[in-house]
Design a protein around this ligand. Structure first.
Ligand code: THU
Length: 161
């Protein structure tokens, strides 16, 4: 037996340490959770996507009385961006969450379904992107979805069998 250890590189930033372009992205994600439709969970999530051409797209969680029919903020924003610019890679995504009257203390990380969608968003352009997860005082950053979803399944697995 051989054991392989997989490590994740997580960077922790304060807002003022971020590039101006990323500060804008973070602020957009925080604006977006205010418009979330989350009457069932009361957990509002906002996401903002920056494309390599400079275009910005935002989204938030959209819930449904038939719970699984709702969609997370990350997927709303990413699908919106890809629908408008199908040929432009993503540069970065920022995610912010608000519940019980304030932005969450510990940054939330994307759910499993959104991580898999991010794998597709990277692999369709062969272009990893930055992921920023926003907490009240700290911002987590990873350089690419492989840091959050190791051993991922992607279209290369379909082709290589
Ligand atoms: N949610 C997101 O929008 N993004 C995440 O990363 C985690 C969870 C939403 C789904 C649901 O509307 C609510 O938050 C509670 O799970």
């Amino acid at each position: 037996m051989e054991q392989r250890i997989i490590t994740t590189h997580l960077n922790v930033y304060h807002f003022t340490e971020l590039e101006p372009e990323i500060q804008v992205l973070v602020n957009k994600a925080k604006e977006q959770f205010q418009k979330a439709y989350a009457p069932y969970s009361r957990f509002n999530v906002g996401a903002a996507v920056l494309l390599e051409n400079g275009a910005l797209f935002e989204g938030n969680n959209q819930e449904n009385s038939a719970y699984p029919s709702g969609l997370c903020a990350e997927r709303v924003a990413l699908f919106y961006a890809h629908a408008q610019f199908p040929d432009v890679p993503v540069k970065a995504i920022a995610i912010a969450a608000y519940t019980n009257g304030s932005i969450v203390e510990t940054p939330i990380t994307p759910c499993g379904g959104c991580r898999q969608v991010m794998v597709e968003s990277e692999s369709r352009f062969n272009h990893p992107f930055d992921i920023y997860m926003i907490g009240r005082t700290q911002i987590y950053h990873v350089a690419g979805i492989s840091q959050l979803l190791p051993l991922q399944f992607s279209e290369t697995d379909l082709a290589n069998q």
